[in-house]
Design a protein around this ligand. Structure first.
Ligand code: NAD
Length: 251
């Protein structure tokens, strides 16, 4: 028996980085996966790699009508929804002094509204089939202080607080829908590679250094997989830090 056998999962931002790895791992463990992203070409490629148990849908997570379409299509295609991995997001550089209102609002619209809408429409579908698991990708930026990521940190803090609110709401309503947030430090993906001039960094080189701050996407996907399984049935409203002790040593 595979760990998520027969579960139907939506993974946003599945064309790249952590979301891609989540989709591949969940599918290997028996899930039916709906991959969504703005990047159609790369998203379709990952879905093709997985095969018949994968479906790609072009999706802007900031759009309410896109979310309605994604959840409806998932239920039509695979019959139900068990797991939502709210993963797609954008990173924006800028302290409080050099972040414009326009950039702030753009980040909150994608990283904040996008996750809110995902939770809202996923809960409506999960309620119909007896429960589910929502996994919200936050960041250590929500827990510590990162002066150069003002808008991004705020959006990830909102995700963490919303996660706790949703977890308790669903428990009180008796929905059997769990909601947890995951908080990585640096992960070796195109998002962080862009900060280093777009160069891919070999993970093997990073892994040589015991003080290395960069996890591999698989390190995060392993946690997502656990939260998707029934093994985590008592983990609810939790903030799961995946940072190899970085936060407690000062970011
Ligand atoms: N990489 C890190 O160091 C790190 C650390 C902590 C948290 N995270 C979080 O992990 C998640 C995944 O990050 P990643 O490093 O894999 O990033 P990535 O840039 O490699 O992938 C993000 C994907 O999201 C998609 N996307 C962006 N905006 C979208 C939108 N509006 N609608 C739909 N798709 C959209 C992009 O096309 C891309 O495929 C994000 O929530 C990020 O904030 C990443």
């Amino acid at each position: 028996m595979q760990r998520v056998e027969g579960k139907v999962c939506i993974i946003t931002g599945a064309a790249s980085g952590i979301g891609r790895e989540d989709a591949l791992l969940l599918a290997r463990e028996g899930a039916k996966v709906v991959l969504t992203d703005l990047n159609e070409e790369a998203g379709r490629q990952v879905a093709a790699e997985i095969g018949a148990n994968a479906l790609f849908i072009r999706h802007d997570i900031a759009s309410e009508s896109d979310w309605q379409h994604v959840v409806k299509t998932t239920v039509e295609h695979f019959g139900r929804l068990d797991v939502l991995v709210n993963n797609a997001a954008i990173l924006a550089l800028g302290s409080i002094e050099d972040t414009t209102l326009e950039l702030w609002q753009k980040v909150q619209k994608i990283n904040g509204d996008g996750y809110f809408l995902g939770c809202k429409y996923a809960i409506a579908a999960m309620k119909e089939t007896g429960g589910g698991s929502i996994i919200n990708m936050s960041s250590v930026a929500a827990l510590g202080a990162m002066p150069m990521f003002c808008a991004y940190s705020a959006s990830k803090g909102a995700v963490a607080a919303m996660t706790r609110s949703i977890a308790l709401h669903c428990k009180q309503q008796g929905y059997r829908i769990r909601c947890n947030s995951v908080h990585p430090d640096g992960v070796n993906t195109p998002m962080t590679q862009a900060l280093a001039g777009g160069q891919a960094i070999p993970q093997e080189a990073l892994d040589q250094d015991p003080m290395n701050r960069m996890a591999a996407p698989r390190d995060i996907a392993n946690v997502v997989l656990f939260l998707a399984t029934d093994e985590s049935r008592f983990v609810n409203g939790a903030e799961i830090r995946v940072d190899n002790a970085q936060l407690i040593s000062g970011l």
